[in-house]
Design a protein around this ligand. Structure first.
Ligand SMILES: [Zn+2]
Ligand SMILES: [Zn+2]
Length: 262
C-alpha cells in the first residue's frame, strides 16, 4: 500500500508530466530555472516537477554532483516563485532526486522537513554511501548487483519515494539469469508498493547502460507501472521530442502500464 509521504504519480497518468528535472545547483546541469519551465510549456508538458540532486549532510566531504544544504532555501524559493508565476500555464511541483543511504537518511529528512517538498524520486547512483565513490553503473559484479537491489528495495520501503529513477542503472555484465534473478526482486517490491519505474530519456539519448530493454521486459512481465522521465540537465532537453517519443514507444512495446506521457 502506498504511504502518504509520497506524491502518487498515477493521479497524473493521463497528463504529459515530467518529474525528473535538474538545476545548475547540482554543478552538472545548465540553464536558468525559468528556462526549464518555459521549455516544458513549449514542449506541451502540463506538469513539471523539479527534482534536483538532494544535498546529503556529509561531514568533511563536498559532493561534486549535488547542491549543498545551504543551496536548498534558494532552490525552494525559486521553484515556489515559478510555480506561482506560471500557474495558469503549467503545474509545478517541488522535489528531489535522492539516493537511499541508510545511515544518513533520517538526518537528511530531518534537515529537509522544514521545506514544503512535494515528492522525492529514488535515483541510486552510489552504493552504501557516496563518500566511498562506488558508482553502481560501471562494471558491476554480482556483489554490486545484490547491494544495488537491496538498497533500492530498502529505499522504496521508507515510503518517501514516488518512483524509481533509472532503476536499471546498475550495469551487471555477468550471467543474464543472475541479473534477472535479482532485478526481479526489485520489480516485485516496486509492484507491491505501487511504485512506478522510470524509462529515462537522458540515458536513452546518451546511449548509456539505461534504459535496459532486458529490464523493461522483466518489469513489464512482472506487471510494474512505468513512467517517462526526461532527467533534464539542460532546458532544451525538454524539447527533445524524438528521444522522448522513442522512449514512449519502447515502453509501449512491452506494456500498457505506462503513465504521464502524451
Ligand atoms: Zn544529474
Ligand atoms: Zn536525475
Amino acid at each position: 500500500m502506498k504511504q502518504s509521504k509520497t506524491l502518487d504519480m498515477t493521479q497524473f497518468q493521463n497528463k504529459k508530466a515530467n518529474f525528473h528535472t535538474h538545476t545548475t545547483r547540482c554543478k552538472h546541469a545548465y540553464g536558468e530555472d525559468r528556462a526549464y519551465v518555459e521549455k516544458a510549456i513549449e514542449a506541451g508538458f502540463e506538469v513539471l516537477g523539479f527534482s534536483d540532486h538532494v544535498p546529503w549532510p556529509f561531514e568533511g566531504y563536498v559532493s561534486p554532483i549535488r547542491m549543498q544544504m545551504k543551496d536548498v532555501e534558494g532552490y525552494v524559493d525559486s521553484v515556489l516563485a515559478l510555480k506561482e508565476e506560471y500557474k495558469s500555464d503549467i503545474d509545478i511541483y517541488l522535489g528531489f532526486e535522492s539516493e537511499y543511504f541508510a545511515e544518513m537518511f533520517s538526518e537528511l529528512m530531518e534537515q529537509l522537513q522544514q521545506y514544503p517538498i512535494d515528492y522525492m524520486i529514488l535515483g541510486q547512483h552510489y552504493l552504501d554511501n557516496e563518500v566511498y565513490r562506488r558508482y553502481a553503473g560501471r562494471d558491476a559484479d554480482e556483489a554490486t548487483l545484490i547491494s544495488y537491489v537491496k538498497q533500492v528495495i530498502e529505499g522504496i520501503r521508507t515510503g518517501y519515494f514516488s518512483y524509481v529513477a533509472h532503476p536499471d542503472l546498475v550495469s551487471y555484465q555477468g550471467y543474464p539469469a543472475v541479473y534477472l534473478q535479482y532485478m526481479k526482486q526489485l520489480c516485485l517490491e516496486a509492484k507491491k508498493l505501487e511504485i512506478p519505474l522510470e524509462i529515462n530519456v537522458n540515458g536513452y539519448r546518451e546511449k548509456i547502460q539505461y534504459p535496459n530493454e532486458t529490464f523493461i521486459q522483466l518489469a513489464a512481465e512482472t506487471g510494474n507501472t512505468f513512467i517517462i522521465g526526461v532527467d533534464a540537465h539542460d532546458p532544451s532537453q525538454l524539447l527533445d521530442k524524438k528521444n522522448y517519443e522513442e522512449c514512449v514507444s519502447l515502453g509501449k512495446r512491452y506494456t500498457d502500464r505506462l503513465i504521464c506521457y502524451r
